[in-house]
Design a binder for this molecule. Structure first.
Ligand code: ZN
Ligand code: ZN
Length: 230
């Protein structure tokens, strides 16, 4: 990702954080209830996530990017629902809620990293190397996700995906062409297939979210496939 893409993502992050903060304030002052709060979080996060995917796709997302964004958003909806459930139970302080919302806003960086991986695969970059940032603290998953030099791209996890540090992950991923070109479309499909296998398919939880969203149910389903409207 170049410096322009990084700065666009930073502005998206700040804009999203501030929207989340405003929503939190509306919740704490009783202006909105928890279900409205959750729906609004989803809608804001969705817009920002799609823009992050477009950034990772260098401005031209393909069907593969849409597929990946749908998967990513499903996981995020489940994460946000877990958060709002805890809020309903009164299990979190205002400071804790604001802190978690900021982490959720950071997830757009993970979205962009996922998108970048698809972009690279489609451009024929078939191998990648993942290393630790020597300045950063690492979680257990990140230590495990380091590659032994360059490996097939499908085996390399993008920064922030499936690790405890999540969007704070600072691991480095470098993409390269092996010189033995593979079919880029097939490679992108393979990445999506593995992503789907590795994603926690929490169907019960998603069913709950859908029933909570009630009338929005069908639209949420459609949005899982990509860029519908919530
Ligand atoms: Zn980590
Ligand atoms: Zn990391």
């Amino acid at each position: 990702m170049d410096s322009e893409q990084i700065s666009v993502l930073e502005s998206e992050f700040f804009a999203l954080s501030s929207k989340f903060d405003t929503l939190a304030t509306r919740l704490f002052t009783g202006k909105i209830d928890v279900p409205t709060f959750e729906r609004s979080l989803i809608s804001e996060l969705k817009g920002a996530t799609i823009r992050a995917y477009v950034v990772g796709a260098n401005g031209t997302p393909t069907a593969k990017h849409y597929g990946s964004s749908g998967l990513h958003l499903r996981q995020k909806y489940a994460d946000l629902h877990r958060l709002t459930e805890k809020i309903s139970q009164g299990a979190l302080s205002e400071a804790q809620i604001r802190d978690r919302l900021s982490r959720h806003a950071r997830s757009i960086q993970t979205a962009a990293a996922r998108s970048e991986k698809i972009t690279m695969a489609l451009a024929g970059f078939d191998i990648a190397k993942r290393t630790l940032d020597p300045q950063a603290k690492h979680c257990k998953s990140c230590l495990r996700l380091v590659t032994d030099g360059f490996e097939p791209i499908s085996k390399v996890t993008p920064r922030g995906v499936n690790c405890e540090c999540g969007s704070h992950c600072r691991c480095l991923v470098v993409y390269k062409k092996s010189g033995n070109p593979l079919n880029p479309l097939g490679l992108a499909d393979e990445i999506l297939r593995l992503d789907r296998e590795n994603s926690l398919s929490d169907d019960k939880l998603l069913a709950k979210i859908e029933s909570l969203l009630g009338a929005k149910k069908r639209r949420i389903r459609r949005s899982d496939k990509g860029f519908g409207t919530v």
